[in-house]
Design a protein around this ligand. Structure first.
Ligand code: UDP
Length: 553
C-alpha cells in the first residue's frame, strides 16, 4: 500500500487547466444535511487553513444551490452519526481566478471518499459508525471500488484498529495530518463526501437517552454480507459451511455436536469478570462443550474473528468487544453480562444487532443483582468511572443508588461509575438465566421464514352487488392471486379485505382464505363502499393494496 499519490497517470497541465476553467463541480443526493452525500470534481483542500475549497467559475456546478442555507447548520454530516455538531462538513468558496495567486495545487488522481471517523479508539464505534457505513457507501457509488482512496478528516492518529480500515480498499487510507505532506493545496480529481446511514442501528444518546434508532433500515443479510467480505479480506476461511445452519446448540446441525464450542470474550483492563475461570467451568459443564477465551489484549483481531465465526455461543461483559458478535454464525447465542445497577434494557447496541431481522442470533442478558459481588473504583480518573472529584453529597447519592437512572451521553458520572465496576458473576443465577433464555430460543426455522419475499398486488379485483330487500344487500369481491405467487412455495396465503362505507372514517377489516367472498352483514342497499384487497404470506408478510374498488349496492 503506497502512500504516495502517483502523479504519473494524470496530465498535470490538463488537470490544472480544467480546474482553472471549470472550477469545482458538486452534485449531491439528499434533501437534508443528515441524508446528503455529495460528489465533487476538483474539490480542493488547503492544509494551512484546514479548509476544503470550492472554486467558482462560469461553469462550476453546485447542486443543491443552498446559498447561505449551507450553514444552517451544515452542508452535510461528515460522519455517520446523525446531526452531531462536531461532525459538520462545509467548504470555503473562492473564485477560480484566485488560483493564480495560490500555491500550485497537487492533484489526487484516485477516486476519494472523505469522511470523519467518529471514535476510532472504540471497536463498536469503528464497526457501527465507520466500517459498515463506508462499506455500503462504496457499494452505492461504483467508482468507489477497491482502488478508492479513503481520507479521514477527524484529525485523530491511526488508532488501534487501523488495520480494519485498511481492509476497505487496496490503497492506504490517509489521515488529516498527512495531507500537509502533499502540499499546501491539494485537489481531489473525483471525491465523495458524506456517508450512508442506512446500516446504522443505534443512537448514542446525545439528544435523548441511548437506544435503537427509530427507523432501522438494515437487516442481518447486509450485516452478514459485510462480515463475509471482511473475513475474506482477512484471509479467514469460514469454519461454517454457509449453506448449513450455524452452531446451534439445540439442533446441533451444521457440524458435529462434539465440535461445538463456547467463546468467552474477556476484557483484561476494565469492567472485569473476576471469576472467569469459574464461569468457564460452569459453561463447559452445563453445555458439555469446549469453552475458549479470546481477548483484544492477547490476540490479533482476525484470529478472534476466526474463533467467533465458528462458535455456538459468545459470552461477554457489556462493552465494545461485543460488536464481534456480527461474525457469529446464524443460530448462535449472544450472552451479555451487565454490572450491578446497570439496566440491560437501557444499553442495547448488541441486543439490537442480534435482534435485527435475519441476523438469526439468540440474545440473552444477565445482570449482577448482588451488590456484594461488585467491585467499585471510586478513586479512578473520572473517565474510568471515578467519583472522588465530586462533592461528598453527590458521591454518597451515587453510592446509595441501586440503579443508574436514564441519562444522556457521555459523561454522566453515575453511569461511568457503575459501568466500570468489576463483577463476580454469581454462577447459579447466571446458569438460571441461560437455561430459561435457551428454552425460549426460537428455532431457526421459526426465526427465518422459508421466504421473505412479499406478495405482489392481487390482480383483477372486482366487485358485484345486489339488493335483496329494502334493508338487505350483498357485496361480492373477487380477485386473482399476485403473479409472483406461482413461483413461490408459501406455507400460508391469506387475503385481507377492507370495506369502508363512503364518507365514514372507519372501515371493517376481514382476513379471508380464498379469492372471493360475499359480504352480506352490515351491507346496506343503495350505498357506496370503498374496498381494498391485499395478499398476506405466512401471517405477517403484507403485500400492497390493489387500487381501491368503488362498489355501489
Ligand atoms: N477494551 C478492551 N479490553 C478492556 C477494556 C477495553 O479490549 O479491558 C477495548 C474495548 O473493546 C473498546 C475500547 O477498549 O474497543 C474502549 O473501551 P471502553 O471501556 O472505553 O468502551 P466500551 O467497551 O464500554 O464501549
Amino acid at each position: 500500500q503506497s502512500q504516495e499519490l502517483s502523479q504519473a497517470h494524470i496530465d498535470y497541465h490538463v488537470a490544472l487547466q480544467a480546474l482553472q476553467e471549470h472550477g469545482t463541480r458538486m452534485v449531491c443526493t439528499g434533501k437534508m444535511h443528515t441524508d446528503r452525500i455529495c460528489r465533487f470534481d476538483y474539490l480542493c483542500y488547503c492544509s494551512e487553513a484546514e479548509d476544503f475549497v470550492f472554486f467558482h467559475s462560469n461553469s462550476s456546478v453546485m447542486l443543491p444551490s443552498l446559498g447561505s442555507r449551507r450553514f444552517q447548520p451544515a452542508l452535510l454530516d461528515f460522519s455517520s452519526v446523525e446531526d452531531h455538531n462536531t461532525q459538520y462538513f462545509n467548504f470555503l468558496e473562492l473564485p477560480a481566478a484566485a488560483l493564480k495567486f495560490m500555491p500550485k495545487p497537487v492533484f489526487v488522481p484516485d477516486v476519494t471518499l472523505i469522511l470523519n471517523r467518529f471514535n476510532p479508539d472504540n471497536l463498536m464505534h469503528v464497526f457501527h459508525d465507520d466500517l459498515l457505513p463506508v462499506f455500503y457507501t462504496m457499494k452505492q457509488y461504483l467508482d468507489l471500488d477497491d482502488e478508492a482512496r479513503l481520507v479521514f478528516m477527524e484529525g485523530w492518529a491511526e488508532g488501534p484498529h487501523f488495520d480494519l480500515y485498511r481492509l476497505l480498499s487496496n490503497k492506504q487510507p490517509l489521515l488529516k495530518e498527512q495531507l500537509r505532506n502533499f502540499g499546501k493545496l491539494m485537489c481531489f480529481t473525483k471525491s465523495y463526501i458524506g456517508l450512508s446511514k442506512m446500516t446504522t442501528w443505534y443512537q448514542y444518546g446525545f439528544v435523548q437517552p441511548q437506544g435503537p434508532k427509530a427507523n432501522i433500515l438494515v437487516s442481518g443479510n447486509e450485516i452478514r454480507h459485510f462480515a463475509r467480505a471482511l473475513m475474506e479480506k482477512m484471509n479467514i476461511s469460514r469454519l461454517e459451511d454457509p449453506e448449513k445452519d450455524g452452531g446451534s446448540i439445540e439442533d446441533g446441525k451444521g457440524k458435529d455436536k462434539k465440535d461445538e464450542y463456547i467463546v468467552v470474550f474477556s476484557r483484561s483492563t476494565t469492567r472485569l469478570i473476576l471469576n472467569e475461570a469459574e464461569l468457564i467451568l460452569a459453561l463447559a459443564q452445563e453445555f458439555q462443550m469446549k469453552v475458549v477465551t479470546v481477548s483484544m489484549e492477547e490476540q490479533s483481531f482476525p484470529s478472534i474473528v476466526e474463533v467467533i465465526s465458528g462458535a455456538s455461543m459468545l459470552v461477554s461483559m457489556h462493552g465494545a468487544q461485543l460488536i464481534a458478535s456480527l461474525f457469529l454464525p446464524r443460530g448462535a447465542a449472544v450472552v451479555e453480562l451487565f454490572p450491578f445497577a446497570v439496566n440491560p434494557e437501557q444499553y442495547t447496541p448488541y441486543k439490537t444487532l442480534a435482534s435485527l431481522p435475519g441476523m438469526d442470533l439468540h440474545y440473552i442478558s444477565w445482570q449482577n443483582s448482588k451488590e456484594d459481588n461488585t467491585i467499585i473504583h471510586p478513586d479512578r480518573p473520572w473517565e474510568q468511572g471515578g467519583i472522588a472529584h465530586l462533592e461528598k453529597e453527590e458521591q454518597e447519592k451515587i453510592l446509595a443508588s441501586k440503579n443508574v437512572p436514564r441519562h444522556l451521553c457521555c459523561r454522566n458520572p453515575e453511569w461511568l461509575f457503575r459501568i466500570y465496576q468489576d463483577t463476580l458473576v454469581d454462577i447459579p443465577s447466571f446458569l438460571e438465566v441461560l437455561k430459561v433464555g435457551m428454552k425460549t430460543k426460537p428455532s431457526l426455522k421459526k426465526a427465518r421464514p422459508s421466504t421473505t419475499v412479499h406478495p405482489g398486488r392481487v390482480r383483477e379485483p372486482q366487485c358485484q352487488t345486489s339488493v335483496l330487500t329494502p334493508n338487505e344487500a350483498k357485496l361480492t369481491v373477487s380477485w386473482q392471486i399476485p403473479w409472483n405467487l406461482k413461483y413461490l412455495k408459501v406455507r400460508e396465503v391469506k387475503y385481507e379485505v377492507w370495506i369502508q362505507e363512503q364518507g365514514e372514517n372507519t372501515y371493517m377489516p376481514y382476513i379471508l382464505p380464498h379469492q372471493n367472498y360475499t359480504f352480506s352483514e352490515n351491507i346496506k342497499p343503495f350505498t357506496t363502499y370503498l374496498v381494498w384487497v391485499r395478499c398476506i404470506f405466512n401471517k405477517n408478510l403484507l403485500g400492497p393494496f390493489a387500487d381501491v374498488l368503488i362498489c355501489r349496492t
